[in-house]
Design a protein around this ligand. Sequence first.
Ligand code: NAD
Length: 504
Amino acid sequence: MTATLEPTATEAPAETFDSLNPANGDVVGTHSVASKADVDAAVARAREAAAWWGELGFEERAEHLLTWRSVVTRRIAQLADLSHRETGKPHGDAQLEIVLAIDHIAWAAKHARKVLGPHKVKSGLLMANQAATVEYKPLGVVGVIGPWNYPVFKRMGSIAYALGAGNTVVFKPSEFTPGVGQWLADSFSEVVHGRPVLQVVTGLGETGNALCTADIDKLAFTGSGRTGKKVMAACAENLTPVLIEAGGKDSLIVDEDADLPKAAEAALWGGMSNAGQTCIGTERVYVHERVFDAFMTEILQQAKGLRAGADAGAKIGPITMPSQIDVIRSHVDDAIAKGANVALGGAEAVGERFVQPIILTHVPEDSTEITEETFGPTLAINPVGSMDEAVALTNATSYGLAGAVFSKKHGMDVARRIRSGMTSVNSVIAFAGVPTLPFGGVGQSGFGRIHGPDGLKEFTYAKAITRQKFKPIMMLTSFARDAKTDAKVAQLITVLHGGKQTLK
Ligand code: NAD
């Protein structure tokens, strides 16, 4: 990605930037840098379109979304190729992420009415004369700022759910994957005959900042915690609510009764796929000491032949963001300097564009390979004396995004004790493909949820309505209320709540 100044047809210089293929530096596309005025204009168009889109109702919106889902499905090869060129990830991986995204569009479309439509709720004894209803209304215009590592799947969690809930969206894709963002907006535009329901503004950080301070009703951010803090600060100016999906340092725990070949397969894929550039990727592995040696033999055996490269035989692509190479190198160097063992790869595995798989063991818990997000194809594998120790070490981080546990007997128990938003038992990353499950983190991994019913509600506000069915037995909300009524109220509340509390 490079920024340049180029003249437009009207002779006025318009700033542009190039997206580059990280495997070889080729220019994939040139995009304009949207200014503050451009962003404000897009948001104004989105505001107008929100009136139409919001009024359509769940059925019609679902029809449009399901048509879009079909269009994306039919053109999956085209989109996967663009994502492959912009991110460098293998074509099959690019396709897999689109497959998951398609399923989420369909889920959001089909379930919006059931989750968000009017629901009758009980009004309680004190208000028995009232009918009570709750429904979830669209916020209006949602700004979405996305990362580059999963340019389709990660954004769809906000875009499809925000649209399904009745909002319009202005999307600022990462400067490393602007083409994918534009492709998504263009294909949606075809479905709604050019109405600005989903628009893209391309650019760098400044364009993102302009979106944060624009007249939007919510900002959904996915990216690093460092940028997340800037986004929150900018949004605070207008009291704009934010959803933050930031980084992680997930662990995979292997118990002594685990299926070791399956656990090793999961750790290897969880750590190395997408060149380790996965927010919910496996970065740490804690293995019960009784099976540590057997696990290491297994994972090193499975890692044979796994390599990064640009050819069809390579299962790992390049590092998409050039600056990450230095971060990966510094984490590996720090771990080795502090006494970690190199089981595979090592410092020399970090190249200029590609990083070959690196597996370190006995990595000191105070090294950056354990404490900070590495975002590269590296695994830190440490032995533990018990599952209690594995849970304690897993939780000894400021992050709390996801994780995995491999155990025949204690998987669910260990999963519940991990302080993170999502955990897979005896598999890795499975939760991301289950549309009904909420996705999001705690601590430095962010807050708010995409996917599932929580993901739809994230882009709405709850609207509560009471309708009086008949006159109240005791009129409480009136200056006509007298001492006799007050005494009756006191009596009633004592009967209702004055006794021994029980849940039965
Ligand atoms: P990043 O924070 O560098 O950039 C994210 C987006 O923010 C980009 O579109 C960028 O242009 C924009 N931006 C930059 N400065 C801004 C500013 N001042 N105001 C507003 N927007 C600004 O992150 P990245 O390198 O694109 O993505 C990698 C990070 O994202 C990793 O930490 C990864 O863990 C995280 N991530 C998290 C999830 C999740 O669901 N929790 C998913 C994918 C990626």
